[in-house]
Design a protein around this ligand. Structure first.
Ligand code: DGL
Length: 260
């Protein structure tokens, strides 16, 4: 079973930021990544639709014999992971905005959260947020339009810079000292966000924590792949244009079209 792949899915190309962390920590593991770009963005969709799409992606990864599923999407995790866990007998790893470390360490008592509408409106986010942020100002911002620009290969565009500037403005005005990234597409924005934010603001991204958790759960189930053979990493997207994802991955990897 240890040779079976790690299955990873996202609403699109953003979860490759999580795949990279997993691949760096567990380079010997085989993996299958699904980018459901035809249905991106998930953020504005209702809970039922996000659950249905998450089920579809999970079933495809299970058909492909994955030993664990990483939901590399905050929106799918916060809306669907409890249902996935009930429905399937395989371990699931999710990702949600890392509010806790920001809330525990803020000195200005103000933190910013950039995430999708689906994540910010979820019960899971609401519960974590109320648990840790008593007495702290939280500036929540829906990253409307960011996922679409990244999906369309416009990471470096002027539109992106304008959007980011407008989203960060209220956070800077509230004197945040932490910005929590609540969407797996956003780590690709870190160089831009760093330029736009005051120097003292730290950016929190939970990618590495997800990779560590994946390793811990594989170990716990005794299914870490310890064989030092060349691993097979497969990337599938349900759009015929594969270039955007290939360029995010760094061009050494081939992305295949798959209808799903
Ligand atoms: N990468 C997804 C997330 O982490 C983006 C959601 C979307 O498609 O709107 O939330």
């Amino acid at each position: 079973m240890s040779k079976q792949p790690i299955g990873i899915f996202d609403s699109g190309v953003g979860g490759t930021s999580i795949w990279k962390e997993i691949n760096t920590l567990l380079p010997q593991e085989n993996s299958i990544y699904l980018a459901d770009s035809i249905n991106a963005p998930y953020g504005p969709k209702g809970k039922d639709k996000i659950i249905a799409l998450s089920i579809k992606n999970t079933e495809l990864l299970l058909e492909k014999n994955c030993k664990i599923i990483v939901v590399a999407c905050n929106t799918a995790t916060t809306n669907a992971i409890s249902i996935l866990r009930e429905k399937y007998n395989v371990p699931f790893i999710g990702i949600e905005p890392a509010i806790k470390p920001a809330a525990l360490n803020t000195e200005t008592r103000a933190i910013g959260i950039l995430a999708t509408k689906g994540t910010l409106s979820s019960a899971l986010f609401h519960n974590t947020s109320t648990l840790y942020t008593n007495g702290i100002t939280i500036v929540e911002q829906i990253g409307e339009g960011i996922v679409q620009l990244i999906e369309n290969g416009k990471l470096e565009s002027k539109e992106m810079k304008t959007l980011l500037k407008s989203y960060l403005k209220p956070m800077i005005e509230a004197n945040i000292d932490y910005l929590v990234l609540g969407c797996t597409h956003y780590p690709y924005l870190i160089p831009k966000l760093t330029k736009l934010l005051p120097k003292h603001v730290k950016i929190i991204d939970s990618g590495l924590a997800v990779a560590k958790q994946t390793k811990a759960v594989l170990k716990q189930h005794n299914v870490l792949n310890t064989e030092l053979l060349k691993p097979e990493n497969k990337f599938y997207i349900n759009l015929k244009t594969t270039e955007v994802m290939e360029s995010l991955l760094g061009k050494t990897f081939n992305v295949d079209y798959l209808k799903f």
